[in-house]
Write a protein that binds this ligand. Structure first.
Ligand code: MG
Length: 384
């Protein structure tokens, strides 16, 4: 029996690479649903190639255009955020690949787990915002969660076959676009400079998040939930080569690492094929061509976002939700050239000052705090 996949966010970087993996293993996987936010032309092309049962365009204003583009096919066309949740829980789906960006990924993750699906999770914000609720649903109705984020996939791969508790995880960070830029110059960097990631080719939002290390901060929170870790069990190291994707240290001091040339298709494919591995056309890694793998500490003054992650681990409640919502607003404003680069962190810090913490939030509380933080952050940006 083929695994039937609902791919949420099919036109993004993870989405297109997931389709690449599925296309190579069409004997094992089939696409039953594709969803996209607004790129309806690409979605229509993907639908013609992969012949899903249904497609969803989250931005309802493109519904008519998409329907007309697929009028001569059997593909059912839906629109809206609620429809994305519904297809994540639909009966014709075994695996939900959630590669949505931001808070929008949370409710589809919840819907997939409640419906007993295997959730292959690239949307780390699901765990950053509401890790308590999301992890509480894993196992219900036979559901499971497998990470796609490369660092967490690395840890997950290191843990395969292990039954003993671990001492700590070491999450590696490339350092992003401004790894070698002095802190004094950050105030005047441009959008174009920020979008130039040294090692990974990714979407705009996550490339900015990598440069501020907000992405790494989110990955600390994500690791806490995925692997049930205490804050002191999570270390972060700058590893400029991005070859060691992360490491696990066990109680006896032994360390396992997962290495390879950066290629997101590896963690995507592993999430789909786990516990098996499948062939991929990735070239063998040449150690002699990369004789130096180096590591250094994160500069906590240059990258204050990392301390914020540990604050979120200690405070819990809605702190991750505040962090994420303020960052989403600030990064969008930076990309639209409304604020400078260093205003991103200032906006986040302002939101933490203004929005009170809810200690034991429900999903409704998370939704409310998400809206409130956006309002506060947008006001702050208008005044800048
Ligand atoms: Mg990552």
């Amino acid at each position: 029996m083929k695994q039937r996949i609902a791919l949420l966010g099919s036109t993004g970087s993870i989405g297109t690479q997931t389709l690449d993996v599925v296309g190579r293993h069409s004997d094992l996987f089939e696409i039953t649903t594709l969803t996209a936010h607004s790129r309806w032309q690409t979605l229509a092309e993907q639908a013609r190639q992969f012949n899903p049962d249904s497609v969803v365009i989250a931005d309802e204003s493109h519904y008519t255009a998409l329907s007309e583009a697929l009028a001569d096919t059997d593909v059912k066309v839906y629109a809206g955020a609620r429809a994305v949740e519904q297809v994540a829980a639909a009966g014709n789906v075994d695996v939900v690949v959630n590669s949505l960006v931001g808070y929008a990924g949370l409710m589809p993750s919840v819907a997939a787990l409640k419906a007993g699906k295997k959730l292959a999770l690239a949307n780390k914000e699901s765990l950053v915002v509401a890790g308590d609720i999301v992890m509480g649903l894993v196992g219900s109705e036979g559901s499971a969660l497998v990470p796609i984020d490369s660092e967490h996939s690395a840890i997950f791969q290191c843990l395969a076959g292990e039954h003993s508790p671990l001492r700590r995880v070491i999450i590696t960070a490339s350092g992003g676009s401004f790894r070698d830029t002095p802190i004094e110059q950050l105030e005047s960097v441009t959008v174009e400079q920020a979008l130039r990631h040294p090692n990974w080719n990714m979407g705009a939002k996550i490339t900015i998040d990598s440069s501020t290390l907000v992405n790494k901060a989110f990955e600390v929170i994500e690791a806490r939930w995925l692997f049930d870790l205490r804050p002191e069990q999570i270390d972060v190291l700058i590893h400029p080569q991005s070859i060691v994707h992360s490491m696990v240290e066990f109680e006896d001091g032994a360390i396992k690492a997962q290495l390879g040339t950066p290629d997101m298709r590896v963690p995507i494919q592993y999430a789909l094929s786990f516990p098996a591995r499948l062939e991929l056309d990735a070239p063998s890694f040449d150690f002699l061509a990369h004789p130096e793998l180096t590591f250094r500490a994160v500069d906590r003054v240059k990258y204050p976002a990392l301390d914020l992650a540990f604050r979120c681990l200690h405070e819990g409640g809605t702190s991750g939700c505040i962090f994420n919502a303020a960052n989403e607003v600030a990064v969008a404003a930076f990309l639209n050239r409304k604020i400078g680069y260093t205003d991103i962190y200032k906006t986040i810090a302002h939101a933490f000052e203004c929005v009170p913490l809810v200690v034991h939030p429900t999903l409704d509380d998370y939704a409310e705090v998400n809206c409130e933080v956006r309002r506060v952050a947008e006001q702050y940006i208008l005044k800048r």
